[in-house]
Design a protein around this ligand. Structure first.
Ligand SMILES: Cc1ncc(COP(=O)(O)O)c(C=O)c1O
Length: 355
């Protein structure tokens, strides 16, 4: 059996030999005491790269978003976010469960934005009947919205609204480096106006574990306490941070390659009769496509998907693995470990998806 071409997510990457060597040789200490030199170095590198005062290593993107929102929002206040935001859809309701934060979900457009007019009209006036609107969260790139990057002009406009209304702007930048590469910008330009940003080492940057939150010294001071409260204070976490430093030093070019591979996949899918995709929507490493209305599934796809009860549903066609995220709607994600040759092989398999 050929090697599996795993296009489910960019979270499935395995560390390269060089990354493993970096992990083995990491200098370590107790990070809860602030004594792990490798963690301290990673946090400094991240803060510098993003143009913020300070950084904080956390175990996951989910915890990074939760911690940031806990710092920005008091219990019983409200955060504005998109109805397709990862934080709203896939983070187990943590902000309300653990923070008592009320979420106001506004429609995400196909390119990941929330209309400025929708944001403006959602901000609550000061009245005892209403929760105070404390923060806005954006997602860049936007996972459920075609992996779209948000532009710095849009982010600036949202930040302006937030700050004019005594609110904070958080960016879920799990894939902020994908956005920067796609827009050909310095990542600083995408986060300059935000009060906090979480980015993931364990997605396009291909490290095994970890995310970093960046913001002001004061924000990180409070974030560190929340991280401890949530059980995210890790001891010799330089093991993780060393891979993160390696990623930040070496993986940006990989992201560029991932985007080219996604584009090639999209072009190839466009040529398959019965599959529908608009290659113009494909800007980063995430792509969605559909089965054309009225078309029948190929035999193997029909066999595997006949009892779907819950989406997203995992599909393995030959050795190509990916998700059906809702009926007739499929997601593919390119990442480190996926080569151009794999893309061509995957396209051959995808041809058999429809009869
Ligand atoms: C946009 C976005 N934000 C946050 C997360 C959460 O990251 P983690 O899986 O590290 O908790 C993900 C995970 O896929 C994501 O896609």
């Amino acid at each position: 059996m050929d090697r599996i071409i795993d296009l489910r997510s960019d979270t499935v990457t395995l560390p390269s030999d060089e990354m493993r060597k970096a992990i083995l040789s990491a200098n370590l200490g107790d990070d809860v005491f602030g004594e792990d030199p490798t963690v301290n170095k990673l946090e400094e590198i991240a803060a510098n790269m993003l143009g913020k005062d300070a950084g904080l290593l956390v175990p996951s993107g989910t915890m990074g978003n939760l911690i940031s929102i806990l710092v920005h929002c008091q219990r019983g206040t409200e955060i504005i976010l998109g109805d397709k935001a990862h934080t709203f859809v896939f983070e187990a309701g943590g902000i309300s469960a653990f923070g008592g934060v009320h979420s106001r979900q506004l429609k995400n457009q196909p390119d990941g934005i929330i209309k400025i007019s929708d944001i403006q009209s959602a901000i609550r006036v000061d009245n005892i009947h209403f929760p105070k609107t404390s923060a806005i969260a954006l997602e860049n790139t936007h996972n459920l919205c075609n992996g779209s990057p948000l532009s710095p002009d849009y982010i600036k406009d949202v930040a302006q609204i937030a700050h004019d209304n005594d609110m904070k702007l958080h960016i879920d930048g799990a894939r902020i480096f994908n956005a920067a590469v796609s827009l050909d910008l310095d990542v600083k330009d995408l986060v300059a106006d935000s009060d906090s940003i979480t980015f993931c080492l364990s997605k396009g940057l291909a490290a095994p574990i970890g995310s970093v939150i960046c913001g002001s010294e004061e924000f990180i001071y409070h974030a560190r306490r929340n991280r401890k409260a949530l059980g995210g204070g890790m001891r010799q976490a330089g093991i993780i941070a060393s891979a993160g430093i390696f990623s930040m030093d070496t993986m940006i070019d990989q992201i560029r390659e991932d985007h080219e591979n996604a584009m090639r996949l999209a072009d190839g899918i466009n040529e398959i009769e019965g599959l529908v995709i608009d290659p113009k929507n494909i800007k980063t490493n995430i792509l969605y496509f559909d089965i054309e209305n009225g078309k029948d599934r190929g035999d193997e796809l029909a066999r595997q998907t006949k009892n779907i009860e819950i989406y997203p549903f995992e599909i393995a066609l030959d050795n190509v693995h990916f998700f059906e995220s809702r009926p007739d709607h499929f997601r593919l994600v390119t990442h480190y470990g996926i080569t151009r040759d794999d893309i061509e092989k995957a396209l051959v398999t995808l041809k058999n998806m429809v009869k």
